[in-house]
Design a protein around this ligand. Structure first.
Ligand code: HEM
Length: 450
């Protein structure tokens, strides 16, 4: 297997432009379908890697702030003894991180702007993953017109265009308060203004990059945390071990910060094992052969659409011992990593198209998972058994869990939170002259270590 993958990797593959996000939800972008090995394409990729994703630490405060908000939200739910819809919470977390990194905005969890944003995200993902004749049988592309696919695509493209244009206008407004830290849109507009790019960087290019980041970074991060939680709930020994590691290291500090993560060897192994068994982008980005080549003894003609099955590679018995078993221990003391150099584990792809947001994505997953395990004891919701956790997915580019993952917090934890609320109320009631809302008390409790 590894040999076949190695050869696959050696091929001069490229992303197939007709399936590329920026192109499909296109900005009338004949020039966005740039040839994959053109200087233009190389420069565009360099721009993203060097200017946008190289300094992950720059985004750490945003990621930490959003994870802290997530913890507070879950604490609030725990006081109501409600099960926590982790799928929804994780989507909310990762889209909030991406919005702030991408264009410096934080949408209120329940507000109208948030629903507009979530609606756009869902519709864009649906458009990217649904089948269209034009992609696979170009001569039958006319069918897409009859099925309504084109008009839906056009409608979504227009809405996205309006959305991005509004953000660009806001960023270009001379009265806008200068942010402490540039977001990705600031960086792109600065590069455009300073002509710091060897080619003409148009507003359409900027919109396309924003969209790629927006779509590529949201689902993937959320899904990885959800799958990791599924595996841990199904394997209570691993759950305990990961939790013990985090709690031993962090003690009473109250929050796992980015710099603590280096000390969490087992948690990192859990994440690698999750990537291996439930790769979030199972078929990577589709490729097309540039010329005829041979893979594992098969002749592949030029211009063939090729999918690399990262999901199957992660479960290949020739590469992995007991491949179906969830065993993070296999990564302890192993040099195998997901960075694209070990072809038996390629959740972020490999080669020229390897995910440019890999470090940012992993940092968000590690931070979220570590804090979820540090702060809370998780249990199956009433009437559910660990056997009920399934790995069924919704069809699409990424593997999203079909049934939402809803979990309860341990009874001790709820008791602990409730006792704290009562104590706090008793203390505060003596200060009757203080005007406070119950909500603010809960917020106060949430900032304390539970
Ligand atoms: C755990 C989280 C993530 C996973 C598993 C993941 C996985 C992937 C994979 C498999 C690809 C295709 C690579 C290939 O075909 O060789 C990809 C592409 C991409 N990812 Fe990620 N990704 C994650 C997070 C992110 C984040 C946070 C961002 C941005 C902030 C991002 C931005 C991108 C972009 C822009 C591409 C397209 C690159 C290109 O077309 O050259 N990803 N990602």
């Amino acid at each position: 297997m590894a040999e076949a993958v190695m050869k696959t990797h050696d091929l001069d593959f490229c992303s197939r432009p007709s399936l590329c996000g920026a192109r499909r939800l296109s900005y009338n972008a004949s020039d966005l379908s740039f040839s994959p090995y053109s200087d233009y394409w190389r420069e565009m990729r360099k721009l993203c890697v060097v200017h946008l994703f190289s300094r992950v630490q720059k985004y750490s405060p945003i990621q930490e702030d959003e994870v802290a908000r997530l913890v507070q939200k879950i604490c609030r739910l725990s006081i109501d003894s409600k099960p926590v819809n982790l799928s929804e919470a994780m989507m909310c977390l990762s889209s909030s991180i991406i919005c702030r990194v991408d264009f410096g905005k934080r949408y209120d969890d329940e507000g109208a702007e948030r629903s507009r944003f979530d609606g756009l995200l869902k519709e864009s993902e649906a458009m990217l993953s649904c089948f269209s004749f034009s992609d696979y049988f170009p001569f039958m592309g006319w069918i897409d017109r009859f099925t309504g696919f084109f008009s839906r695509l056009e409608k979504t493209s227009k809405e996205l265009d309006i959305f991005y244009q509004q953000l660009i206008n806001e960023h270009l407004d001379p009265n806008r308060q200068k942010p402490e830290q540039e977001d990705i849109l600031d960086v792109l507009l600065r590069i455009q203004k300073d002509r710091d790019f060897p080619f003409d960087l148009t507003i359409d290019h900027i919109k396309a990059i924003l969209m790629d980041v927006f779509i590529a970074g949201t689902d993937t991060t959320a899904a990885t945390v959800i799958w990791a939680m599924c595996f841990l709930m199904k394997n209570p020994k691993c759950l305990k071990k990961t939790q013990a590691e985090v709690r031993d290291l962090i003690g009473t500090k109250g929050f796992v910060n980015e710099e603590d993560i280096q000390g969490l060897t087992y948690l990192k192994a859990v994440i690698k094992e999750t990537f291996r068994l439930q790769t979030t982008v199972p078929l990577l980005v589709p490729r097309e052969t540039l010329r005829t080549c041979s893979v594992g003894g098969y002749q592949v003609p030029a211009k063939t659409l090729v999918y690399v099955n990262a999901w199957a590679i992660g479960r290949d018995p020739e590469a992995w011992e007991n491949p179906e078993e969830f065993s993070p221990e296999r990564f302890i003391g192993s040099s195998i990593d997901y960075k694209g150099l070990n072809f038996e584990l390629i959740p972020f792809g490999a080669g020229r198209r390897v995910c440019p947001g890999m470090h940012m994505g992993v940092a968000a997953v590690e931070l979220a998972l570590a804090n979820l395990l540090y702060k809370f004891d998780w249990e199956m919701s009433t009437g559910m058994n660990k056997k009920d956790i399934d790995f069924d997915v919704v069809p699409g580019l990424t593997t999203q869990k079909k049934m939402l993952l809803s979990l309860s917090l341990g009874r001790l934890m709820i008791k602990h939170c409730t006792v704290m609320v009562i104590n706090l109320l008793l203390n505060l009631s003596s200060l009757y002259f203080l005007q406070f809302e119950p909500h603010s008390i809960i917020m106060l409790i949430n900032t304390m270590h539970v």
